[in-house]
Write a protein of this length. Structure first.
Length: 304
């Protein structure tokens, strides 16, 4: 919570209890809990008692955010946080009614994500493969990070959380635990398998220490690879390819989904691969392929 936001004791205690509920009972990630804390702290900062959180207050709060220039996606996220908190507070007897249930927020515009082309992704991986030609441990690890992110579409946090026992080398499959502790199996191809084999044979042992965890990916000091380091690996690799968008690990996730759909993959399969709870989230990637079809049509068709 920002130190500049002072919350009265009763609302502060309710917020703390709600955040514990998210973390311990709902199994929400630390990142999600921090996001709820940040949004709701702004709502509760001007509240003396929790019963003041009614529909007019919620509407004024969103209106103030809109006047401050917040985007539609941010306002929609804040409204969702307020609705979840209001429902919990009413259910636990802290609020006499669930005012958030009647709160309407602007629907966020789902922007089409920018992704590297298949050629740019291939160039990134080719450059990483050349850098790992001498079997230097860090270069082998970095190559594996890039290959796995693009091959499987996993989130960078999911990749860094993998342990050795989560890898089935014979079937070329990973056991991944995603958002909401949902477990799924993802598969990878031959290039990623080769990168994995080289890392396990000549890379990981060189970075491991006596107290190292069973993590698949290790940092230079022998601990589990930090997600910030993994993001730096991707940004560095993309920036080395002229014209490739610097979109980070999530850009490779977007690219994996987009390129599979362009190659004819079933939308439901891509949903399972990415670990999306809702098919509508995966359908965003179909917009990317349509946009690319439009570009090709305009460039190639005589009556475009």
């Amino acid at each position: 919570m920002s130190p500049s936001l002072e919350i009265a004791p009763e609302p502060a205690a309710a917020l703390d209890a709600f955040l514990r509920h998210l973390a311990l009972e709902q199994g929400r990630s630390a990142h999600t809990v921090r996001a709820y804390r940040s949004d709701l702290a702004g709502l509760l900062a001007g509240v003396g008692h929790l019963h003041e959180v009614d529909l007019p207050l919620l509407r004024r709060w969103l209106a103030a955010g809109h006047a401050a220039g917040l985007g539609r996606a941010t306002l929609a996220r804040r409204a969702a946080a307020a609705r979840t908190f209001s429902a919990w507070a009413h259910r636990t007897g802290r609020l006499p009614s669930d005012s958030g249930a009647r709160l309407v927020s602007p629907r966020p515009r789902h922007a089409v994500p920018e992704v590297p082309t298949a050629e740019e992704a291939a160039a990134v991986l080719h450059a990483a493969g050349s850098g790992a030609a001498e079997d230097e441990p860090v270069a082998l690890r970095d190559l594996l990070v890039l290959e796995m992110l693009y091959a499987t579409g996993v989130r960078v946090a999911e990749l860094c959380a993998l342990d050795l026992d989560d890898v089935d080398g014979e079937r070329r499959a990973l056991r991944v635990v995603g958002k909401g502790d949902r477990e799924r199996t993802v598969v990878y191809g031959v290039p990623a398998s080769d990168a994995l084999r080289r890392w396990l044979a000549r890379g990981r042992g060189a970075l491991a220490r006596p107290g190292s965890p069973r993590a698949l990916l290790l940092g230079v000091r022998g601990g589990r690879l930090d997600t910030r380091v993994a993001r730096g690996i991707v940004h560095g690799a993309l920036s080395a390819v002229p014209g490739a968008p610097d979109v980070g690990p999530h850009g490779l996730r977007h690219a994996a989904a987009t390129h599979m759909l362009e190659g004819g993959a079933d939308l439901r399969y891509v949903q399972e691969l990415l670990g999306h709870a809702k098919l509508a989230t995966t359908q965003l990637y179909t917009q990317v392929t349509v946009e690319r079809l439009k570009v090709v049509h305009e460039q190639a068709h005589p009556r475009a």
